[in-house]
Design a protein around this ligand. Structure first.
Ligand code: DON
Length: 305
C-alpha cells in the first residue's frame, strides 16, 4: 500500500505539472498576489508516523483559513460548548467573506469557518489576554500536534492583510454592532490576520492534522468526540459555497485557505495536506481540489464507506 501510494503521488505530481491548469492566486492580499500559481505539493501522514510526499511538500505557504480549524480546536479547549451561543454549525452557502447573512442571523455567523464565524472564535481566544498570548496558544497547538517547533507567522503577510482587509474590518464592526464581539474590532482583527498568516509546509500541516484524523501514535490533544465534530464541520463548511461539491467529489472532510492549502482528513487512516496556490471561483485551491479527488478515488478513503 505504502509503495503504491507513493508511486501514485509521484504520478499525480507529474500529471498536474503537465496539465498546467493552475487557476489564479488570491489578489486581495497583495503579499499573496506575488506568488507563482504554478506550484504543487502533497503530504500524506499515516498511522505509525510515516509521511509520504510528492512535489513541493517541504515548501512553506500561508495557511490562511486552514488556521480556523485549529483556532476552533483551541476555543473548544478553552470554553467548550459555550462557543455555540456565539456561532452556528450550519453551512452558509455563501462566499467566505459574505456579509449578507449576518444581518438576517442577527450577528451570529452560520459557522466558525466563514470569516465572520472565525472572527468570533478568535475574539473568544483573545478575550482576557493579549493578542500575542492568543497567537501563542494557536502556534503552540500546531507545534505540539505536528511535533515540530519550527512553525511561525509570516509578518509581511499579516501586515499586507492588515492594510487591505476592508471586508474583514466591515465584518468585525458589524459583529460588534450586534454585541457579538467582546473586544475592540482592531484587537480581534489584528489577532485574526496574524493567525491567518501562519506559514507551514504540507509535511507540517499533514502532521498537525493527525490529531483530528485520530491517527494511532500521535499526540492526544483532542477527545475523539471533538475530533469527530471538527471533521463534521470541515465536511459541511470547510470549502464555503463549494463545500457540497467538494463532499460529492472527495467524500472526506477538508478545509481550504486562500493561500492554496487544503487539509484533508481520512479519519483513522490519514491526514493529508495539499498545496497549490492557484484558486478556483470559490477561493479554494484549484489543483489542490483536483488532487484531493484523485487521491480519494485511488485510495478508496471516504467517510461514506
Ligand atoms: O480573512 C481572509 O480573507 C483571509 N485571511 C482568509 C480567507 C481564506 O483563506 C478563505 N479560504 N479559502
Amino acid at each position: 500500500m505504502t509503495q503504491a501510494l507513493e508511486d501514485f503521488l509521484r504520478r499525480l505530481d507529474r500529471e498536474i505539472r503537465a496539465a498546467g491548469d493552475w487557476g489564479e492566486v488570491a489578489d486581495y492580499i497583495p503579499e499573496l498576489a506575488r506568488i507563482d500559481p504554478a506550484q504543487f505539493g502533497i503530504a500524506v501522514a499515516l498511522p505509525g508516523g510515516g509521511v509520504l510526499t510528492a512535489g513541493q511538500a517541504g515548501q512553506r505557504f500561508s495557511i490562511q483559513s486552514v488556521s480556523k480549524v485549529f483556532s476552533l480546536a483551541c476555543v473548544l479547549g478553552r470554553i467548550g460548548e459555550q462557543i455555540w451561543t456565539r456561532v452556528g454549525r450550519e453551512p452558509s452557502g455563501r462566499r467566505f467573506d459574505s456579509i449578507l447573512l449576518l444581518e438576517q442571523e442577527q450577528g451570529r455567523p452560520h459557522n466558525p469557518f466563514i470569516n465572520a464565524g472565525a472572527l468570533v472564535t478568535t475574539d473568544e481566544l483573545v478575550t482576557g489576554r493579549a493578542p500575542k498570548e492568543a497567537l501563542a496558544e494557536i502556534l503552540g497547538f500546531l507545534r505540539a500536534a505536528a511535533e515540530d517547533d519550527d512553525i511561525h507567522i509570516d509578518k509581511a503577510v499579516a501586515r499586507s492583510e492588515t492594510e487591505t482587509g476592508y471586508r474583514n474590518v466591515a465584518l468585525a464592526n458589524y459583529l460588534k454592532s450586534f454585541g457579538n464581539l467582546k473586544n475592540a474590532p482592531e484587537i480581534t482583527l489584528g489577532t485574526y490576520f496574524h493567525q491567518c498568516a501562519i506559514e507551514m509546509s504540507c509535511v507540517q500541516l499533514a502532521r498537525a492534522g493527525r490529531v483530528i484524523a485520530g491517527l494511532p501514535g500521535t499526540p492526544q490533544m483532542l477527545t475523539p468526540l471533538k475530533a469527530r465534530r471538527i471533521s463534521a464541520l470541515m465536511m459541511m463548511c470547510g470549502h464555503y459555497d463549494g463545500s457540497g461539491d467538494f463532499a460529492f467529489r472527495v467524500g472526506l472532510p477538508g478545509k481550504s485557505g486562500v493561500g492554496g492549502g487544503i487539509l484533508l482528513i481520512a479519519p483513522g487512516r490519514a491526514s493529508i495536506a495539499i498545496w497549490s496556490p492557484g484558486l478556483n471561483g470559490y477561493g479554494n485551491s484549484r489543483m489542490g481540489s483536483y488532487a484531493a479527488e484523485r487521491l480519494a478515488r485511488e485510495t478508496g478513503w471516504s467517510v461514506f464507506a
